[in-house]
Design a protein around this ligand. Structure first.
Ligand code: ATP
Ligand code: MG
Length: 409
């Protein structure tokens, strides 16, 4: 891709209403545009990042046995009346049609997936079943001011699983927890598995995946010596107390919830009368789990964690491009040759071919934050200047070495 042709580019002025780093940098670097509080457009570069995150999630969800579907965002009222969410979920967006019918916009999809599962589940032989999707969610959040960390429309991966008994559920639940830790690691995030209340669904404990960041909206109590972590909202312990697991002093930190897993018990199966026949032929309600990941929130948290005074520093796993290729005055022809060679070698490269000063090209590359910057200058002959975004030092190397290094970048 050539930067001169790219829709949405770096802008000099940060958005006036940005009070978080992710909002400021994502707009300035050309990854998102705000339509209104909590509602964003993803530009070509921003969408590439979302898709890269999605694919890391998809791979792990498929590996635990999830099957991907895509459910509607527009729901009839009756499904939400059946579970009580029509009256009980305060963030539910409700709309009326011109024929006076009521609809909800999906804040979550238990109400849609459970009736669907009725078509698939008759006997214990049909279990376990796990369905997931990656889709927009709608929530009437009171405050939406942390950039893409809290949207009124946001991207989520939600998986729902159905099991014959608690033991089978627990096994799957633990597999998903492990898969989540792998996902967040691949995204460059250290997620703490945090005990929390089961929320609106059940009285049971749930687990949240928390990443320490001042931009978050939760407080967690965690232990640095072992992996104990609990949401402050429900905690029986406080900062400085001894860790109940290992005795070390507990710390308190601000964090953002990037995912969670819930034991839903039989609540939704009962609401929709979803049953299966067990081995003895008796009717039973399956045990259900749900598993969310905030896809767009994760993108925001990554920006909160990976940035410096000059801009974003994308982890290579989700960066929209691997290379910022900068062509300086007088080196256009050679830069184009390098650009084509990189493309032939399947390297994702953005060529800065704009007629801008060297300074503004360097600033743009730093702001956009791809892992490697290559500079082609008439001063350097055939040599190429190589610099990693997260390092200060640059070096002059030949094309062969560039290609060799990019194979592992
Ligand atoms: P929160 O406590 O932050 O409101 P939640 O408990 O309501 O989150 P879930 O309903 O379980 O979250 O949604 C699953 C995941 O979706 C969350 O772990 C979070 O990463 C993400 N998420 C939830 N609400 C939002 C939002 N308004 N904007 C962006 N991501 C969100
Ligand atoms: Mg919420």
């Amino acid at each position: 891709m050539k930067l001169s042709k790219l829709a949405f580019q770096v802008t000099k002025n940060p958005p006036a209403n940005a009070d978080t780093v992710n909002h400021k940098l994502l707009v300035q670097a050309g990854f998102v545009r705000q339509l209104m509080a909590g509602v964003y457009t993803y530009t070509p570069m921003g969408l590439k990042v979302l898709r890269n995150i999605e694919n890391i999630i998809r791979e792990e969800m498929n590996a635990v046995g999830g099957q991907e579907i895509l459910m509607p965002a527009l729901h009839p009222k009756i499904n939400h009346q059946t579970t009580g969410s029509w009256n009980n979920i305060d963030v539910l967006f409700k709309l009326k049609s011109r024929t006076d019918k009521d609809y909800a916009l999906g804040h979550s999809h238990e109400e849609i997936v459970t009736p669907l599962a009725k078509e698939l589940i008759n006997s214990y032989k049909d279990l376990p079943l796990a369905l997931y999707q990656i889709q927009w969610k709608y929530r009437d959040e009171l405050r939406s001011k942390s950039g893409i960390l809290r949207g009124r429309e946001f991207f989520m991966k939600d998986m729902y699983s159905f099991h014959a008994d608690q033991k089978d559920f627990e096994k799957f639940y633990n597999n998903v927890k492990d898969a989540y830790l792998r996902i967040f690691k691949k995204l460059g995030l250290t997620a703490k598995v945090t005990e929390a209340s089961g929320g609106s669904f059940t009285q049971k404990i749930s687990y949240e995946f928390m990443v320490l960041t001042d931009a978050g909206e939760d407080d967690i109590l965690y232990c640095d010596e072992c992996n104990y972590c609990v949401n402050n909202e429900i905690a029986k312990v406080k900062e400085g107390d001894r860790c109940p697991k290992c005795g070390a002093p507990l710390k308190m930190g601000r964090a953002s919830e990037v995912g969670n897993v819930f034991d839903l018990g039989q609540k939704f199966a009962k609401d929709f009368d979803l049953t299966f026949a067990n081995q003895a032929g008796e009717k039973n309600y399956p045990i259900m789990g749900c598993y969310g990941i905030g896809v767009s929130r994760s993108m925001g948290v990554i920006v909160e964690k990976y940035n410096d005074a000059k801009g974003i520093i994308w982890p290579a796993s989700i960066s929209p491009f691997t290379v910022s290729l900068i062509s300086l005055n007088g080196a256009e022809e050679y830069a184009l040759k390098i650009y084509e060679t990189l493309q032939k070698n399947n390297i994702n490269v953005l060529l800065d071919d704009r007629s801008e000063s060297a300074g503004s090209k360097f600033a743009a590359a730093d702001l956009m934050g791809f892992p490697v910057r290559l500079v082609i200058s008439p001063r350097n002959g055939e040599k190429i200047e190589w610099k990693k975004r997260d390092q200060e030092a640059s070096e002059l190397i030949d094309l062969e070495t560039v290609l060799e290094r990019l194979k592992t970048a």
